[in-house]
Ligand binder design. Sequence first.
Ligand SMILES: [Zn+2]
Ligand SMILES: [Zn+2]
Ligand SMILES: [Zn+2]
Length: 276
Amino acid sequence: MKITYYGTAAGEGWPCIFCGCELCEEARRLGGKNIRTRSQSLINSDLLLDFPPDNLLHANLYGLDFRKVDYLFVTHAHSDHFYAEDLEIIREPYTHERFRPLKVYGPENVGRHIDLLVPDPGDRDPRYIYERAYAFKPVTVGDYEVVPLIAKHDRKQECFIYIVRSLKEDKTVLYCHDTGSLPENTVEYILQYSHKFDLVSLDCTQGVKKDGNNHMGYEDAKLEKQRLIDLGVCKPSCIFVLNHFSHNGKLLHDQLVEMAKKDDMIVSYDGLEVSF
Ligand SMILES: [Zn+2]
Ligand SMILES: [Zn+2]
Ligand SMILES: [Zn+2]
């Protein structure tokens, strides 16, 4: 199984287009792994997690091949995770030679965004199909089982994190963006889930700051990692990745790597591939 991180920033991106703060200036000066776009990851080549306004950039500069993507799971309808307008370019005359539908799953507000864009379902191109996902109800698509779990994030809308399990490869990922410390009902579900995790991707938006309510800081992510290990839900070889960073967290890529090395965690950057 492989996960590729295409976008590893929080909503404002890093550097943020309007921002002149020290952290954005430093990212502009250093470039490289400090340049972060909005949230998107790919499992193998066919299952996409989130659909931000940087889709085009991820395709044309980073090589994300949307022609191979069959399934899209959206965590929540914040603008850095779901840009519904890009679904509309799957229709003629913008897209030719695409015959398979893109199946889109996500919480209720993702469906609402699509409704606002194309109010009459009859006007929608059959090459994308939205189905509402429900918390704790597994969805089987192709060779995957995907389970939406409740995130601790925006209290005004449903937000998910996902378990993505490859049935063919017998590998399981827990993808936790955007969320604070995992809520109790999610932990309960994880405890009774019959497969242990091979990779856990943890939110680290707040960097040096402590949070746990809407996002995690470095220390929150570290605690969450230890909690999952103590609960016995991770394989001994489980890989922990920190992802979703903000200038407000105040840690540039190399500083994050230095900290995470001690705690046996990987720091994501745009283009990172992890095979396991
Ligand atoms: Zn986000
Ligand atoms: Zn800034
Ligand atoms: Zn969010």
